[in-house]
Design a protein around this ligand. Structure first.
Ligand SMILES: [Zn+2]
Length: 334
């Protein structure tokens, strides 16, 4: 590469020049647009269906305690493999691509794919069980107290939906979104036709609440899923900027602002608030855990996209409600 090299990458022990400035003009090692698309669409990784998506019965028949232990085991296994937290992707902050993008734009590169959706707060929740509705209302009441309105994603065809609770939330200005068909974690890996049939069955619910938003169960996502999704909703929250959670494989779009692609507004989730619980943190330690990332997101004008679950194994209990209120207070003040 000609000119002064301003960013290096490292792969297989070798240093690779990534960006240089030559005579005031930015040069890139790879075609910038293709490079950016490759990363934002997570083409560098491929998710596979987790083993329990291949079970002949719904994996929710496995008791929650056992599933929660399995998640802890998976996270510990990844840690022992050295894939976290120091390896790629950095977690909770992976700043490589954000830095590169900053350097590129500050040296004359033209920003594209920029969206007006940046520097915002999105509070989002996935209701995984019928029991979650009760805590959804309690959580929403805390949000209201601080002037927030959030997104509540419901599973289309798993449990008896509490329409009264959803109606109340809607009336209070909260948004209702879709959280998959039945949370069997198969949606992203079905044939296109089979997935369309599932979404078609969700249409009455989509229409009843004017749903615009979606989050895929267990963060499972494939190009086919996004391609079908755009015909039903307009905004997706299924990607994470740094993903060490999805049972289909680690990755993330390494990006904290919204972007439009393939007919969808995609808003990466940046604060999966409950994650530290599975690596030994207590509810009252969560805000401390996330504060460095919250500050970083503010600095780079990224979106603070919080995700929780109002279900009893996650945020559906008093200790977590109090912890979440601490987060709301922080967001209100900072
Ligand atoms: Zn879920």
């Amino acid at each position: 590469m000609p000119g002064d090299i301003i960013a290096w990458g490292e792969g297989d022990g070798e240093k690779v020049p990534l960006l240089s400035v030559d005579d005031g003009k930015i040069e890139t090692q790879f075609d910038w647009e293709q490079w950016k698309q490759f990363i934002l669409l997570e083409s560098y990784t491929r998710q596979t269906a987790p083993f329990y998506a291949r079970l002949p019965f719904h994996y929710h028949y496995v008791p929650e305690r056992v599933r929660s232990l399995a998640l802890k085991f998976l996270l510990a296994l990844n840690k022992n493999k050295g894939t976290q937290p120091t390896d790629f992707p950095g977690h909770p902050i992976e700043q490589g691509f954000e830095l590169l993008h900053y350097l590129y734009c500050n040296n004359g590169g033209t920003a594209s794919w920029e969206s007006s959706v940046s520097g915002q707060i999105f509070l989002t929740h996935d209701i995984d069980t019928r029991g979650g509705f009760e805590w959804a209302l309690k959580t929403a009441a805390r949000e209201k107290k601080y002037g927030f309105r959030s997104l509540w994603n419901v599973v289309g065809n798993l449990y008896k939906i509490d329409y009264d609770a959803l109606d109340e939330l809607r009336k209070d200005g909260f948004e209702i979104g879709l959280h998959g068909y039945n949370h069997d974690n198969k949606d992203a890996f079905l044939s296109e036709d089979a997935l369309r049939k599932r979404f078609d069955r969700c249409k009455p619910l989509i229409e009843r609440y004017g749903m615009k938003s979606y989050r895929s169960p267990s963060w499972l996502r494939t190009p086919m899923l996004f391609d079908v999704l755009k015909d039903y909703i307009s905004t997706d929250f299924s990607r994470l900027d740094s993903d060490i959670l999805c049972p289909g494989g680690q990755g993330g779009c390494l990006w904290t602002k919204g972007f439009e692609y393939g007919g969808l507004l995609q808003i990466p989730s940046t604060v999966p608030y409950e994650y530290p619980l599975f690596v030994g943190y207590k509810p009252d330690q969560l805000l401390n855990f996330w504060t460095p990332k919250l500050k970083w997101l503010r600095k780079i004008n990224g979106n603070i996209v919080v995700n929780t679950h109002p279900d009893t194994g996650y945020s559906g209990n008093q200790a977590m409600l109090d912890s979440y209120e601490q987060l709301l207070i922080y967001l209100n003040d900072n």
